[in-house]
Design a protein around this ligand. Structure first.
Ligand code: BG6
Ligand code: MG
Length: 215
């Protein structure tokens, strides 16, 4: 089936928020006296906020109640949202805008499929909200990547069958989610070496629309 829609992950694909997520989690871990570093941060890519916290708490010396965990997640999100205020259209990753424009010209539908509950804020701040025909994000779903829920929802909001969609992802969990949803997957950035992806590129400036549509 030919590709009629492209579903983009947001963090690490459209815009690089990694450093802000890292700083938020690092400050929280320091506050709680829990070991955390950049290598551990890599495991959080594509993973929901609460699941990310559970990974960080693997190294904690005490058990946290659900209430305490909710407060910790809120603290990290407050730090993260404060850092997000700095994000602007200058932070859109290479090749993204021209690819989106070309897809529009070819009448290919585009959507966001992100685990982030901050997705609407980020899209507004980088000025790309109007580009997308549909969005599905962490506010809409129960199961996070590698479950395909967010991508299946994005495809259905585009009015397309999963097999007519291509997912663009920078996280291993996201590559698996796209494949589990019956979609083709372009892996970029941190996932560029993922052997399971349909095809890979360092970033979107290395990808042509023809490659996307004929994969
Ligand atoms: C994903 C990021 O897009 O969103 C993860 O890759 C992050 O690192 C997840 O944990 C949830 O983000 P948020 O903004 O809802 O805390
Ligand atoms: Mg990502």
């Amino acid at each position: 089936m030919s590709i009629k829609g492209v579903i983009f992950d947001l963090d690490g694909v459209i815009v690089s928020t990694d450093e802000f997520h890292y700083q938020g989690w690092q400050r929280l871990a320091d506050q709680e006296n829990i070991f955390f570093d950049r290598a551990m941060n890599d495991r959080l890519r594509g993973v929901s906020r609460m699941e990310s916290l559970d990974i960080i708490l693997e190294k904690a010396k005490k058990n946290y109640s659900l209430d305490e965990k909710m407060r910790l997640a809120e603290t990290k999100n407050d730090i993260y949202r404060d850092l997000l205020k700095k994000i602007s259209p200058n932070d859109i990753l290479p090749g993204v805008v021209s690819l989106l424009k070309e897809l529009k010209e070819k009448n290919i539908k585009v959507a966001i499929g992100s685990s982030s509950r901050n997705s609407p804020t980020i899209l507004a701040q980088i000025g790309l909200g109007a580009y997308f025909d549909a969005t599905a994000d962490g506010n809409d779903i129960k199961k996070s990547k590698p479950d395909p829920e967010v991508f299946l929802l994005a495809a259905s909001r585009l009015g397309l069958k999963p097999a007519a969609c291509l997912v663009v992802e920078d996280a291993q969990a996201g590559v698996q989610a796209g494949l589990a949803g019956g979609m083709k997957v372009l892996a970029v950035g941190a996932a560029a070496n993922d052997p399971d992806a349909t095809f890979s590129a360092p970033d979107m400036s290395h990808v042509s629309v023809e490659q996307l549509l004929n994969c």
